[in-house]
Design a protein around this ligand. Structure first.
Ligand code: 5GP
Length: 201
């Protein structure tokens, strides 16, 4: 059995990647890695579903015990990818999506050179600000911080394998689905099929 493909998806906060990924995950054959974070839950977020919401002390213990594949500090909070579920899923042949910011993404690209990375751009900075304000979950200072963080993050987009724009949800979902499908069908991931076909001749 081939190993699953590890996908890294990054986009500035408010860019709509959560909505795109929710559509992609409906297919059911991709595992979404649930990150750990020290940030407080937003209204409607559920522990163990959106994130594992943990304390700073618990997070630092995870780091010490080599429990995270990568982690980063983002807007004064820790975010990290629990290592074991990701490794288990990939070994079981399932694809895994990490929805992580750029510093963590760069670390995963180094550690896992086969990972496929996708950066989602907003149509413009003005539109990003409009989306963040419309979400209404952060105060003005946090929005300003996230916008300046977004500008910094976008400069790293050139390090990713794919760059796409989220102008319109349906098109963005189709673009990401096309990337995932193309990667699934890459020779490295389908080479076993040749023997299978020949054996069943
Ligand atoms: P938010 O607070 O808006 O949920 O997430 C803030 C940023 O942290 C987003 O860019 C999100 O992709 C990123 N993030 C979420 N989980 C992780 C993680 O496990 N590792 C890293 N490096 N970034 C993460």
């Amino acid at each position: 059995m081939s190993k699953g493909v590890l996908f890294i998806v990054s986009a500035p906060s408010g860019c709509g990647k959560g909505t795109i990924l929710a559509e992609i995950l409906k297919s059911g054959n991709i595992y979404y890695s649930i990150s750990a974070t020290t940030r407080s839950p937003r209204p409607g977020e559920v522990n163990g579903v959106n994130y594992h919401f943990i304390s700073k002390e618990e997070f630092e213990e995870l780091i010490e015990n080599n429990g995270v594949l990568e982690y980063a500090s983002y807007c004064d909070n820790y975010y990290g990818t629990p290592r074991k579920p990701v490794e288990d899923m990939l070994n079981e042949g399932k694809h895994v999506i990490l929805e992580i910011e750029v510093q963590g993404a760069l670390k995963v690209m180094q550690k896992c050179p086969d990972a496929v990375s996708v950066f989602i751009l907003p149509p413009s900075m003005k539109e990003l600000e409009r989306r963040l304000r419309k979400r209404g979950t952060e105060d003005n200072d946090v929005i300003k911080k996230r916008l300046s963080q977004a500008e910094d993050e976008i400069k790293y987009a050139e390090n990713y394998d794919y760059i796409m724009v989220n102008c319109e949800l349906e098109k963005a979902v189709n673009d990401l689905a096309a990337i995932i499908r193309a990667e699934e069908l890459k020779k490295e991931n389908t080479i076993n099929l040749i023997d299978e076909v020949l054996c069943n001749a």
